[in-house]
Design a protein around this ligand. Structure first.
Ligand code: AHM
Ligand code: MG
Length: 337
């Protein structure tokens, strides 16, 4: 592994990246430090009282686990005070989080899922933090509004995730490729381990919660049937891999190639528009996958082109290798015709 840290890498590529200003570097540094703090706590999950439910439910009616709250608090507290943001939005909070009066403001907006896949914590499965960064669109001297935040994913200036797995990694993009860094616990730094990640054009893996088969529409069923058919165009049966932890499923498919689907479960009253959130999950991963040569759609439309109407909007997500996502799109278009 190289000895190049995230910030060294960012500074080195600064000339190529117009938004790599001192302020962005500060924002990324705070994200890195927050990730390290969350990682420490995640590693101790089995040992301390922190494991388990708090008994509360979050804004979307889901049970909140203590580590979710901890991760949310670390990110909210540190980034609110970093002097580089004008607003934050978290999967765990219904409303925009603004900057306390006594703290300096910046022009960036951070949207995050503090601990994705947290229902897996008890089973020691990989979980992660996902983040998306925008610049406000209104003038700096005016109060920030929801309209500043509700931007299409194509406007993101950076996106990334931290995965707390068998090793801890940070994967991020500023629009100049995707780079992966592995936390070296002996020095406490994320070091460049996966420069310029390219996802294979097609894969051998499909990832979907097939338990929902009877909720899926015909096109989704046809697509999954295609991947399982030895007589498909590629004459290749895909393997089924589904962790149930988006960051972990996405990360594996990014590296190995493959496709992840969380479609709209039309007959499921819980997920009529899919389960995943456009702004804190789909958008950042879509930017990453596109930067790595892959594709992300809602089945038909490019995720990054969707204009969000609300902060916690859900969206069907089909994401991964370019050819595999395109194949699903063909099934969807044929059925829509
Ligand atoms: P969370 O953000 O509340 O953890 O929920 C999102 C998670 C994703 O990590 C994962 O892809 C999905 O929920 C799994 O859902 P399901 O159990 O319905 O397959
Ligand atoms: Mg999540």
């Amino acid at each position: 592994m190289s000895q190049i840290t995230v910030i060294e890498h960012l500074l080195y590529h600064q000339k190529e990246s117009p938004m790599a200003t001192g302020r962005f570097t500060r924002l990324l540094s705070e994200m890195i430090l927050s990730g390290k703090i969350i990682n420490q706590e995640v590693n101790k999950a089995g040992l301390v009282e922190i494991l388990g439910l708090t008994g509360e439910t979050n804004v979307q009616g889901e049970k909140v686990r203590k580590l979710d709250e901890f991760a949310n608090h670390v990110l909210e507290h540190r980034l609110q005070r970093a002097g580089v943001l004008c607003a934050l939005a978290s999967e765990e909070k219904a409303d925009l989080i603004t900057i306390p009066k006594d703290y300096p403001q910046g022009d960036y907006i951070l949207i995050f899922d503090p601990l994705d896949g947290s229902s897996n914590i008890d089973a020691n499965v990989s979980i992660g933090t996902i983040f998306s960064i925008f610049r406000r669109t209104s003038p700096s001297h005016e109060p920030v509004t929801l309209a500043d935040v509700l931007q299409r994913g194509a406007e993101q200036v950076a996106a990334g995730y931290m995965i707390y797995g068998s090793s801890t990694m940070l994967v991020y993009t500023t629009g100049n490729g995707v780079h992966g860094f592995t936390l070296d616990p002996s020095v406490g730094e994320f070091l460049l381990s996966h420069p310029d990640i390219r996802t294979p054009k097609f894969g051998k893996i499909y990832s979907a919660n097939e338990g929902y088969w009877h909720y899926w529409d015909e096109a989704t069923r046809k697509a999954i049937t295609y991947f399982k058919n030895p007589d498909n165009e590629r004459h290749q049966v895909y393997s089924s891999r589904y962790i149930g932890s988006l960051v972990a499923d996405f990360h594996r498919n990014l590296l190995y190639g493959g496709i992840f689907l969380y479609p709209a479960d039309k007959r499921d009253p819980k997920h009529p528009h899919g389960k995943l959130r456009l702004m804190c999950e789909a958008n950042p991963l879509a930017m990453i996958v596109e930067q790595a040569g892959g594709l992300a759609t809602d089945g038909i439309n490019r995720i990054l082109d969707i204009q969000p109407a609300e902060l916690h909007q859900r969206v069907p997500l089909v994401i991964g290798s370019y050819d595999d996502v395109s194949r699903v799109r063909e099934f969807m278009l044929r059925d829509a015709a």
